[in-house]
Design a protein around this ligand. Sequence first.
Ligand code: SAM
Length: 292
Amino acid sequence: MGTAQCRHHSRRGSCRRPGVTSAGSPGPDWAADAIDPQIPSPARIYDYFLGGFANFDIDRRIAARLSAILPDAARIARANRALLRRVVRHMLDAGIDQFLDLGSGIPAAGSVHEMAWAVNPLARVAYVDIDPVAVTMSRRQLGADPRATAVRGDLIEIDEILENAQIRGVLDFRRPIAALLIGVLHRVHDDVAAERLGARLYEVMAPGSRFAISQIGRADDGDRGERIQAVNRIVIGKADRLRSPAEIAALLSRFTLVPPGVARVSAWHAEPEQPAPAPPVLDGYVAVGLRE
Ligand SMILES: C[S@@+](CC[C@H](N)C(=O)[O-])C[C@H]1O[C@@H](n2cnc3c(N)ncnc32)[C@H](O)[C@@H]1O
């Protein structure tokens, strides 16, 4: 049995130190019985890099191997979460108060509902993730709040997601919605399904809606590309589907690209900082499309 522990126990009042399991003892209450703690999960590894506690020994061992290959790994995870924050802010600034977060992850270091409610307490949020721990942890944070829900689902099955009663109970598709696909599309190898995802969102979303995509980009140089894919083979057993800026723009072809178009994650609506941090070695692409 793997163990789970809070790396920042003293800083997290909500951490009930669920891990500290031993053979034969029940697992932490955020881990469904069906989870095999010997099988790593990309969502839990990402949680670990963000300083969360919803991860097992196996996730932390893989994280260590990742860091050996890509020393910037934790920084890349943080840069991705920082992008998520900027995207949410962008949507709120555009007057959007509903969020459909696809591949939402474990809510370790700031989540969409917290950021949205800090600005607009009436905002509505629907989370979708394929990972059971991500869904459990989101539900735990949300409680019975009627403004938000968390659903387990595969974003490729977009029709199921769009018909889901919980999601329909939270989001009003007659009004603008922000669809977020942040840091996940590189896991989708099926280009036809990815294209269909954008097409279906375009069909169901009201004018004024926006669709944000970020993902790991096609590598700029061979060495970096090889390192990235070596990491992927460790985490998910296969290489990622890296996409070029043109491929990402094509997924938003029905939408109107919002300036600056497809941009590097580190540069997109970068917040003024002194001094500006150097972009991580693995700097993905991001773009937002407007549904006119
Ligand atoms: C790197 S995390 C990104 C989390 C969050 N969007 C963020 O930017 O911080 C990727 C998440 O996508 C989820 N994911 C991967 N493939 C998915 C799929 N086909 N459907 C739904 N979620 C998926 C993973 O479980 C993981 O939680």
